[in-house]
Unconditional design. Structure first.
Length: 126
């Protein structure tokens, strides 16, 4: 096992969790209290949902990168490295799709593309 890569992955995970929690607490909530956000589709709810979703999507991407480092670092020797990396990418996009579905109430259509990416990745696994 490569402890440097595993340590880097743990730091990425901690940074991602702090990013979501602190960002929600100190930035997103305050930003969304504003009454001058752009109104799309009749009101500003889509804008509010998209801002929150996009902020947390960064954390999901970082968690995906951390899982790649964990695979390359040898933390999960069950699968071959290639399959494990593809699985890590698939997991990242499944989580991204779930986040898009929940935080935007399926109004942001990125979830459709994220599901397709995850499915295509999973279809390549042996």
């Amino acid at each position: 096992m490569n402890l440097f890569l595993i340590t880097a992955a743990v730091l990425i995970i901690a940074t991602g969790l702090a990013h979501s929690w602190l960002g929600e607490r100190y930035i997103i909530r305050r930003l969304l209290r504003r009454d001058d956000l752009p109104a799309l589709f009749g009101d500003d709810s889509f804008t509010r949902q998209t801002v929150r979703y996009a902020w947390h999507l960064t954390t999901v991407a970082w968690l995906g990168l951390a899982s790649v480092l964990l695979v390359v670092g040898g933390a999960f020797p069950v699968l071959g490295v290639g399959d494990a990396l593809v699985f890590a990418v698939a997991q990242t996009f499944v989580l991204s799709a779930v986040l898009a579905l929940l935080l935007t109430r399926a109004r942001h259509l990125s979830w459709v593309v994220f599901v397709a990416i995850a499915a295509l990745c999973l279809l390549t696994l042996r």
